[in-house]
Design a protein around this ligand. Sequence first.
Ligand SMILES: *Cc1c(COP(=O)(O)O)cnc(C)c1O
Length: 395
Amino acid sequence: MAVPLFTNTRQHEAIKEEIFAAIGRVFGHGQFILGQEVESFEKSFAKYLGAKEAIGVSSGSDALALILQALNLCPDDAVITTPFTFFATASSILRIGSTPIFLDIDSKTLNLSYDKCFQFLKSCRRNKSGQPIDERTKKTIRAVILVHLFGLAAGAERFRKLCDKYNLYLIEDVAQAVGTKDIYRGGLKYCGTFGVAGAFSFFPTKNLGGAGDGGLITTNNENLAIRLKALRDHGQKRRYLFEELGLNARLDAIQAAILNVKLKYLDLYNSKRRYVAALYRSLFKKFGLNKKIRLPYAPKITELHSYHQFVVRTAVRDELQKFLSENEIGTAIYYPLPLHLQPAFSHLGYKQGDFPESERASKEVLALPMFPELREEEVEEVVSKIARFFKVRRR
Ligand SMILES: *Cc1c(COP(=O)(O)O)cnc(C)c1O
């Protein structure tokens, strides 16, 4: 049985009447960019998350770049982030002229290591206003971009406290973790509400996927929201009055209308992902594979993970991927080359060996089929094929 890594057709089949009605409504009024559809989606999204403001934009990548620009990050500034993430997390920093500073990940969670961040900041010289200076680049560190990778909460409250101590902005990259909660004062609240702003993506494969590119920024700061609304639209605050340079980074009305339909089902979709993850775990155990395959970190509180991806680790990753591909099981490698070794970032001066945990992860990770509509027999097929692989290999 062939099992796809991802498909959204099953999801859309179930709600296509609602989606087509929403698209029809947009054709009825003919306002295709921003307007009432986007405002209505921004309102529902802010309400869902418990954020004061939501600003719809063209993509998650633009969301990050707009946040950095709105915070007045400049070429003398640096931003700490993880090298084990999608390219856009770090390219957004370079796009606005600042410099990324990579720190290694926690091998258990694959998220940015709090301890490494803590130690690094402690070791930095500080300027007159108390801001840390990066010794290597001589740049002033102004922010941390915390990525909730694969849908797993990265411990935003701790990072927020650390950032406050060093007068840094905490920016959350929530592209893979829409609907994930993180620990807050002994309770929980949604990722994307911990820092000064959160960047979301509605790329079709994300947990809340549109029918094209789309993104959104959350913030509790009203002035920042006003600035961001101008910046996503060429920097105009009033029509044809341009106070500064912005981008053309607006959200389309059709995307907003579709996303507004799908937002209602997001919690259901995420709970189905958690069910699939739990099924994987019990089957890996049943097949006695837990010694051969390292499963993704399982937080005790289920809301802390929304399983954007189900990523396992093994030293024989490439062999296993080949075997699964021959058996028509879709897999993918997120990410095969950590960002500090990407050609586009070579001028930053990093080298092999700088971030051993990220480098090791990039050689061992394998994403297995994961989406809310994945069927039980498909999960069983994936795990039994993996069991078969290890059996054949031993011979
Ligand atoms: C997808 C993604 C982005 C970029 O979002 P786009 O909407 O594709 O521009 C940024 N960061 C992470 C971690 C992502 O997974």
